[in-house]
Design a protein around this ligand. Structure first.
Ligand code: ADP
Ligand code: ZN
Length: 215
């Protein structure tokens, strides 16, 4: 499947993407994961992106399109891809449309994952992430903690609270989402690609998508 996952930070895009890719062999492409990996590795890209991310601001569109222009041409994308956290602005959506047309790729749908604001706030404050850039497994101190406190079940690295998961950065990320990313819902509706799925549990979202794709 070739999907865009839309939804506020904490809506469960990453969780849904991980489950679906395990089912159908498509790849999850998370611009947030790519950027955090670059910051940890100290690459040029990481240095440019770091300050924006720490504040909860979006990284400039030109940097993101530089990443995605290359990423979507890698061979593993042929089986399908789930875009998690991209596009985030109307200019990114326009640029993606042009890029896909050039590569002769057509999207199946843009899925808008709708989750109540209280759920989102609660999830973001209690979310923890594996600090290993190759893993980035997601935990929740309340609902799905690692078996051993502070240690990733999958790879044994430390499980930490992200720098942009302070209360201040979280409320800034949500405001940025409303201002810059929520307009994409209208954009994809006009394109005839929008599917909205509501649910506080990622399983509900996954099941709806599985049945939409006959999986
Ligand atoms: P979340 O969805 O939980 O906010 P992400 O992991 O998707 O987190 O993104 C973390 C940060 O990385 C964002 O706050 C932003 O600074 C940057 N980022 C990720 N994707 C994009 C994008 N498509 N455009 C601009 N900035 C991005
Ligand atoms: Zn891990």
């Amino acid at each position: 499947m070739k999907l865009i996952l839309l939804g506020a930070p904490g809506a469960g895009k990453g969780t849904v993407a991980k489950i679906l890719t395990a089912i159908d062999g498509s790849v999850q492409i998370s611009t947030g994961d790519i950027l955090r990996g670059a910051v940890q590795a100290g690459t040029e890209l990481g240095k440019e992106a770091e300050a924006y991310m720490k504040r909860g601001d979006l990284v400039p569109d030109s940097l993101i399109m530089g990443i995605m222009g290359k990423r979507l041409q890698e061979p593993d994308c042929q089986k399908g891809f789930l875009l998690d956290g991209f596009p985030r602005t109307i200019p990114q959506a326009e640029a993606l449309k042009a890029l896909l047309a050039k590569l002769n790729i057509s999207l199946d749908m843009a899925v808008n994952i709708e989750v109540p604001r209280e759920t989102i706030l609660d999830r973001l404050c209690t979310r923890r992430t594996c600090e290993n850039p190759q893993c980035q497994a997601i935990y929740n101190v309340k609902s799905s903690p690692p078996k051993q406190e502070g240690i990733c079940d999958k790879c044994g690295s430390a499980v930490i609270q992200r720098d942009d998961e302070t209360e201040e950065a979280i409320s800034h990320r949500l405001a940025t989402y409303n201002e810059k990313t929520a307009p994409l819902i209208g954009f994809y509706e006009k394109e005839g690609l929008l599917k909205t799925v509501s649910g506080t549990s990622s399983d509900v979202v996954v099941n709806e998508l599985k049945s939409a794709f006959g999986l």
